[in-house]
Design a protein around this ligand. Structure first.
Ligand SMILES: [Zn+2]
Length: 318
């Protein structure tokens, strides 16, 4: 048999007995270490005081649930000056101090929670023989996120997404070019009707719906000023879609003599950043993709997931 097979029990444990039933497997174990270290003074001791069983859920075996039962020793520390007279041995590789599952099962369930969230994750976990409730899965996701370092971003993109359509919007900040999303979600009021009109005015008239097209045509016919604005907006659209920093200067000059002078003044203030946006290779495509993922994850939580959980599931599955 291959020596790369996953061992029956985590490292540091010795199997004494395996007790199979049709749908369960109980593996009786003890620690491999003969003289555990006293947490009070750091010295090893093998003076046994008593023992108790500690149960840990483990990875399933051939579809069966597995429970590891470790006979944990309590030991006496006779070291002069040590205040810890009796201590229980730890299982440093197998499981954390108060955990009810092995570290390797915790890691599997953490990833199930990341991929599917609480409810769907709990259904899959049950199906593969590692039953766990949704709340525990989400706790594992949060804890995993808290202990995994995230690299500092180099480039930030920003996009909006609707927390609740037409009412609350958040911004997602996405470090580029292909890194993980950093989520920050300050809420602000929506400006949806104005946006819709603006989108119609800047759209290519050959591709929008007939009622929208006739509305735009009437608007432009009524107002030469609006016609100029529309022309400028479309030129700006071309500028953004086919980035050309050279075209920005004449566009700014024209816009400053139009109703768009406020917008142009704003661009002037950030001219360096605008030019960088037109010449650097980063795009907002990454951000938009991540916003779609964010919406999917949010819907999976039926709108109940709070920011820390959204962040954990976005950042750590990127
Ligand atoms: Zn001690």
């Amino acid at each position: 048999m291959s020596k790369h097979l996953l061992p029956l029990v985590p490292a540091g444990l010795v199997v004494d007995q395996v007790l199979p039933t049709p749908d369960h497997l109980t593996v009786m174990c003890r620690s491999r270490i003969t003289a555990p270290v006293c947490p009070g003074c750091g010295h090893p001791s093998s003076r046994r005081h008593s023992s108790y069983p500690r149960r840990l859920a483990d990875l399933p075996w051939q579809g069966r649930r597995v429970q590891i039962e470790v006979q944990v020793r309590r030991l006496r520390c006779g070291r002069p000056g040590c205040t810890q007279r009796i201590f229980a041995e730890r299982l440093p590789v197998a499981a954390g101090p108060y955990a009810q599952r092995t570290a390797r099962l915790g890691s599997l369930q953490h990833h199930i929670g990341l991929a599917l969230g609480g409810k769907a994750g709990a259904r899959l976990a049950e199906r593969i023989g590692t039953p766990v409730n949704g709340a525990t899965l989400l706790r594992l996701v949060r804890r995993g996120a808290a202990t995994t370092p995230v690299a500092a971003p180099r480039v930030l993109g920003v996009d909006d997404w609707a927390w609740k359509r037409c009412q609350r919007y958040g911004s997602e900040e996405q470090p580029g070019p292909a890194a993980v999303p950093a989520v920050q979600l300050p809420l602000r009021p929506a400006a949806y009707p104005a946006r819709r009109v603006a989108r119609m005015l800047t759209a290519d008239l050959t591709v929008i719906a007939a009622p929208d097209r006739s509305y735009v045509e009437r608007l432009v016919a009524l107002s030469p000023m609006l016609a100029t604005v529309r022309d400028l907006a479309q030129r700006f659209g071309v500028l953004v879609r086919a980035p050309a920093a050279d075209a920005l200067t004449p566009w700014l000059a024209d816009a400053e003599n139009s109703e768009l002078r406020g917008f142009a003044a704003g661009l002037r203030q950030d001219e360096q950043a605008v030019r960088a946006a037109l010449t650097l290779p980063w795009s907002s495509g990454q951000v938009e993709g991540q916003v779609n993922r964010l919406k999917l994850v949010k819907r999976q939580g039926y709108g109940r997931a709070k920011l820390d959980l959204l962040r954990a599931r976005l950042v750590h599955t990127a």
